[in-house]
Design a protein around this ligand. Structure first.
Ligand SMILES: [Zn+2]
Length: 177
C-alpha cells in the first residue's frame, strides 16, 4: 500500500507566501548571513537555480510596494507641499491632505475646485498606476528594450514609447532650468 505523507492534524504546510503574509519571520532568520562562516558552495549542488535571466523574466510590478511608489512620485511632483491647482491656496485640512497624498480626488475649501495631486501634471488622466510609472522610469534609465519593459508592466510597447517621450520632455525641461 502506498503511504502518502500527510501533515499531522493541526500541523500546517508552510509556503514562502505564508511567511511573507506573517511578516517574514524576520526575528528568526534576520542576520544569519552576517555571522555564518564563509563556505564555498558549488552551485551545481544547489537544489534549485536562480539566474539573472530568470530574475528578469520573473520581474513584475507585484515585486514593488504600491504605497512607496506613490509617495515617491507625489513627493517629487509636489516638493513644496499640497496646493490647489486652480487658486494656488495651500491645502491644510487633514482629510483633504490625506486624499491628496493618496492620489485621490479632493476639493479645494477655498474655491470649490475638484482635483487630485496629478491634476495639471503629465500624469493627469494617466492610465498607468504609480508602480508602473516608477518601474518604467527605472527600466528606461537602465536602457532595457521597450518591448521587455512592456512585458514587465504587461502593457503595449507603444504605451512605453509614449511615456519614455514624456520623461524625455521632463528631462529637457530640467536641463533648461
Ligand atoms: Zn482652490
Amino acid at each position: 500500500m502506498e503511504v502518502i505523507e500527510k501533515p499531522e492534524q493541526g500541523e500546517q504546510v508552510i509556503t514562502p507566501g505564508d511567511l511573507l503574509a506573517n511578516g517574514g519571520g524576520q526575528d528568526q532568520a534576520g542576520d544569519i548571513g552576517a555571522h555564518a562562516p564563509i563556505e564555498h558552495i558549488d552551485p551545481s549542488t544547489m537544489p534549485g537555480a536562480i539566474t539573472t535571466k530568470h530574475a528578469l523574466a520573473s520581474l513584475s510590478v507585484s515585486f514593488f510596494d504600491e504605497m512607496k511608489c506613490r509617495s515617491w512620485l507625489l513627493q517629487n511632483l509636489h516638493p513644496i507641499g499640497a496646493y490647489c491647482p486652480k487658486c494656488n491656496v495651500e491645502i491644510k485640512d487633514r482629510s483633504t491632505l490625506f486624499n491628496f497624498w493618496c492620489g485621490k480626488r479632493c476639493r479645494c475649501k477655498a474655491c470649490g475646485k475638484w482635483f487630485s495631486a496629478f491634476s495639471k501634471t503629465v500624469f493627469q488622466e494617466c492610465q498607468l498606476d504609480e508602480r508602473s510609472i516608477f518601474i518604467l522610469a527605472i527600466l528606461t534609465e537602465l536602457n532595457l528594450h521597450k518591448d521587455e519593459i512592456a512585458r514587465v508592466l504587461a502593457i503595449n510597447p507603444a504605451t512605453v514609447r509614449i511615456w519614455q517621450g514624456k520623461f524625455k520632455a521632463i528631462e529637457l525641461t530640467q536641463e533648461i532650468m
